[in-house]
Design a protein around this ligand. Structure first.
Ligand code: ADE
Ligand code: ZN
Length: 335
């Protein structure tokens, strides 16, 4: 596929399964919200902020990401953030989203859980009504904080339980293994919620094993370091456990030196259920379609492979089989 086929990639009905709402905060909106809330940002303007987006690793990024999230204060702020993301999705041919949010980043600043949920879910409802984009929301625990803090967060979210499809685990991976959160995810399981976790982004293959065996995840977020353990690769293929891979994120955070070195197409060809996602698009240079394009340009992608990646994204979602069916049929029409 060449440049001329970007329209084809846009037309594919795609789901986005690995997206942090706080990571969609564009510099323009960050300045707008700072002004609206009477806050001073430590950058002179949007260009100065954007030029700070040079990251040596995940932690470099997280430091800026948590600082940026500080402008989110009111229900309307959470609405505006979520709505701006959904408009980008509509432009990219995204038909279904399962976004993450990090409530502890906000409750730590005394922004109530209710403010966050109200703003986000109002925008997601509008996304369904006005843009035809379906959604399921995922709350993430911050793994650099304690398990006790995660328990408190889960408790605080219970009045909003019906708005959640799953709970995830994100933030700095190194030194914060999945096993640290085994008891709280046992509780998530008892509550009947789905489970996902970031693992094998910067952390070793063993963290992916822990996510599978101890947390009982249904999807692995990132997971690209699975290739360090052939038995793990075989299990992921045999059990079709989805990986939500984020190509532009991985190159910006130096998980891979260059897109040409990325292993996503290799994993796809081995039969793994890999999906393409944008992670934190305001920080990493592109939304979902840009990630498909970047992979195609660096690694090559046939139309059949693009359709398979889109099909994987629908299959790996938390939608019911009946809800998946029309998207899968539309993809079959393109095959
Ligand atoms: N939070 C936002 N983006 C993240 C990523 N790529 N890894 C871990 N935590 C995150
Ligand atoms: Zn992520």
């Amino acid at each position: 596929m060449s440049d001329a086929d970007t329209g084809f990639l846009r037309t594919l009905p795609k789901a986005e399964l690995h997206l942090h709402l706080e990571g969609t905060l564009e510099p323009e909106l960050m300045f707008q919200l700072a002004e609206r809330n009477g806050l001073e940002l430590p950058y002179s303007d949007v260009d100065a902020l954007r030029s700070a987006y040079e990251f040596g690793n995940l932690q470099d990024f997280l430091d800026l990401y948590y600082q940026g999230a500080g402008v989110l204060q009111t229900e309307q702020d959470f609405y505006d953030l979520t709505w701006a993301y959904l408009e980008r999705c509509a432009a990219d041919g995204v038909v279904h989203v399962e976004p993450f949010f990090d409530p502890q980043t906000h409750t730590a600043r005394s922004i109530p859980m209710s403010t966050q949920f109200k703003g986000i879910t109002r925008a997601l409802n509008d996304g369904q009504e006005k843009l035809g984009i379906s959604s399921r929301l995922i709350l993430c625990f911050l793994r650099h904080l304690s398990e006790e803090d995660a328990f408190t967060t889960l408790q605080q979210a219970m009045p909003w339980r019906k708005h959640l499809v799953a709970v995830g685990l994100d933030s700095g991976e190194k030194g914060n293994p999945p096993e640290k959160f085994q008891r709280v995810f046992d509780e998530v399981h008892r509550l009947g919620l789905g489970i996902v976790a970031h693992a094998g982004e910067e952390g070793p293959a063993d963290y992916i094993w822990q996510a599978l065996n101890l947390l009982k995840v249904q999807r692995v977020d990132h997971g690209v370091r699975c290739v360090e353990d052939p038995a793990l690769v075989q299990k992921l293929i045999d059990e079709q456990i989805p990986l939500t891979v984020c190509p532009l994120s991985n190159t910006r955070l130096k998980v891979f030196g260059d897109m040409a070195e990325h292993n996503i197409m290799q994993l796809l060809e081995q039969g793994m259920c890999v999906t393409i996602n944008s992670d934190d698009p305001a920080y990493f240079g592109g939304y979902l379609l840009q990630n498909y394009i970047a992979v195609r340009d660096a690694l090559g992608m046939t139309e059949a492979q693009a359709i398979q990646l889109a099909r994987n994204s629908i299959n790996a979602s938390f939608l019911s089989e009946a809800e998946k069916a029309p998207h899968l049929e539309a993809l079959e029409q393109l095959a």
